[in-house]
Design a protein around this ligand. Sequence first.
Ligand SMILES: Cc1cc2nc3c(=O)[nH]c(=O)nc-3n(C[C@H](O)[C@H](O)[C@H](O)COP(=O)(O)OP(=O)(O)OC[C@H]3O[C@@H](n4cnc5c(N)ncnc54)[C@H](O)[C@@H]3O)c2cc1C
Length: 336
Amino acid sequence: MNGMAGRVDIEVLIVGAGLAGLSAAVYLGSAQRQVLVIDSGKSMARWEPEVQNYLGFPEGISGETLLARARKQAGRYHVAVRSDEILSARAKDGRFELRGRRHGYACQRLLIATGIFHIPPDIPGIRPCLGHGLYFCKDCDGYRVQGKDIAVYGWRNETVDYALGMLLYSPCVTIVTDGHRVQWDDRHGDWIREYHIPVYSGKVTGVIRKGRRLEGLAFADGRRLLITALFTTRGDVYLNQLARDLDAETNADGEIVVDQDMRTSVPGVYAAGCVTPANCQMIIAAGQGATAAQAINRDLFLQSLGTHSLRQWRGRQLKMRRTRPAIQRSKLALTR
Ligand SMILES: Cc1cc2nc3c(=O)[nH]c(=O)nc-3n(C[C@H](O)[C@H](O)[C@H](O)COP(=O)(O)OP(=O)(O)OC[C@H]3O[C@@H](n4cnc5c(N)ncnc54)[C@H](O)[C@@H]3O)c2cc1C
């Protein structure tokens, strides 16, 4: 890593230390690449007190612990995670330059693993319930609330689809529109009637909770709905600014378009995790991070054959072997 006039110059820069970014860091670090991860500390994973669907943790694991363990694993391969927020990016002379709140960075390959922001329900006092009764994902959290009283927050077709999907977990599913005019189509309206799904159309004015645990919703007309879980379907904001700065393709929803190896439409720029069209799950984000890392490693390797920099690397390794009893691990950049 070279610090040039306050700028960090690195072979591979990963923006985002969530599941996708850290998984890529492990793969790239172990592949002898020079890697730096920049993170603004807002991984969605930290909101989950008990992850139940990540392979290898039958008793569950908290999102915070999973992130901490992943960081430690990346550290084993000498990958540092630096706190900063990247504000903008541009391509220059075949490299990428990024402006952070604290530092400037330049890299040959860039992995965008910035995730998304789930738009929470517009209900006063609900924020502390995130992960404690307020959920965004039935695939992650449906199983844990099976048989319980569940509400789905929203007013569109997606809300109805969600409520129907939740019937697999509980017979007690209610839709809460929070005073919004319903926008679902006739077909979805028919399903609501066919499955007798109650719809609360009044304005929600507050939550009933014990500590952080959600226990119900209070309505403007004085009614109360006692629930264990509220699933919201207000949509997501894709944190794709860096891709847009670099003119990488995004789709109508804002997801960064990638090929099967996580390459974006801009050579040298890759994306992984929830900021892509993937299903937003931890294990999928980690898998995508690994896929992206392998593509980056392969692309850099082919480049090093083209530029013959692999010969320089080998020369340094041979020199070390002559001067030391065994080749020691080093962080030499292949391509310089
Ligand atoms: C309440 C809740 C519960 C969940 N429970 C589960 C569950 O049980 N099981 C499951 O599989 N999934 C669960 N998820 C989803 C899971 O958290 C995500 O799938 C996973 O975190 C996605 O990983 P990611 O790396 O794509 O994004 P993230 O983990 O969100 O990481 C993105 C990182 O990028 C950083 N970043 C963003 N922009 C910048 C920038 N400009 N500069 C620097 N850093 C930046 C952020 O600070 C963040 O640390 C849950 C999500 C929530 C919100």
